[in-house]
Structures are given as structure tokens and as C-alpha cells.
Design a protein around this ligand. Structure first.
Ligand SMILES: [Fe+2]
Length: 159
């Protein structure tokens, strides 16, 4: 059996992130459609361009690694999608916005977790500054999206 190298792990995580970003385009439009309020729907439709740019950044990293872009699913992402499917078919509910937001937040936290791992590996592997900058830009946007979602949840909190 050949040993797994840090470079293999980097590639595996990058494929996982690429798969997640490709799925997020549909995930966000489903979440927008399922939201009860305009505010929450707008938050999810408003992130489409960011996601497209995040996908491009990941494709540029594959290019920098001289690898063809490949997306691999992961059990975590499958779980997030299953959760979304369940709430989309559940029918209307007063709690719908919070359901939608928590699925959105799970997704952003997953992205951030994978990006943190990739950033650590990029340092270990001494990958180019370009690669690190692309990863950092995606992390910043995921963090900003998560903060927006957290702010709405915080405002709606019942005291
Ligand atoms: Fe993203």
C-alpha cells in the first residue's frame, strides 16, 4: 500500500471543497425558495456571485497544482444536502427561516473547516502565495456569509 502524503491530503480536501462549492449553487437557491422571509431569501440569492468566484478560485488552485479539477463528495456534505431536502419538503413553518439559516450556517462552517485544513497543509507543503491567497479569499467570504447568518439569528432570538 502506498503511503498517503500531505500533498495527497491537500488534493483530497480540495476535491471535497470543490464538490461542496458546486453543490452550494443549488443548495442556496433551494434555501432561498424555502425561506419564510424576504430577508433570509435575499441573503441566499445574494451569494450566488461569490460562490461562482469561489469555484473559479478553486479551479485556479487545481491549475497551479497542474491537476485537472475534480469534485469528490463527502459524507458531511451529503448530510447537509439531506438536511436541506428534508426541510424543503417539510412544508411551511414559522421556524422555516431558522431551519434554513442553520443549514446555511452548517454549510459555511464546513467550508471554513476544510479551508483551515487546506491553509495549514499549504504552509507545510510550501505552496505558492497565489494558492494561499485564493484559499484565504474563499475563507474570508465564507466567514462573512456565516457572520451575516449569525446576525439574523441573533436578532430573531426570543428573549
Ligand atoms: Fe462558498
Amino acid at each position: 500500500m502506498t503511503e498517503t502524503t500531505p500533498a495527497d491530503v491537500f488534493e483530497r480536501e480540495l476535491r471535497k471543497l470543490y464538490h461542496a462549492e458546486l453543490e452550494i449553487l443549488d443548495l442556496h437557491s433551494d434555501l432561498a425558495a424555502a425561506a419564510a422571509s424576504e430577508e433570509v431569501a435575499a441573503l441566499f440569492t445574494g451569494h450566488k456571485e461569490d460562490t461562482v468566484e469561489q469555484i473559479h478560485r478553486i479551479e485556479r488552485i487545481f491549475e497551479q497544482l497542474d491537476e485537472p479539477p475534480r469534485a469528490d463528495g463527502s459524507p458531511v456534505m451529503e448530510g447537509i444536502l439531506a438536511e436541506k431536502d428534508a426541510l424543503v419538503t417539510d412544508g411551511p413553518s414559522e421556524l422555516r427561516d431558522l431551519d434554513v439559516l442553520s443549514t446555511g450556517m452548517l454549510n459555511e462552517r464546513f467550508e471554513i473547516t476544510v479551508l483551515d485544513r487546506l491553509l495549514l497543509l499549504a504552509t507545510d507543503l510550501e505552496l505558492s502565495d497565489e494558492t494561499v491567497m485564493e484559499l484565504e479569499a474563499n475563507r474570508r467570504e465564507a466567514r462573512a456569509a456565516l457572520s451575516e447568518m449569525e446576525a439574523i439569528v441573533e436578532r430573531r432570538r426570543v428573549n
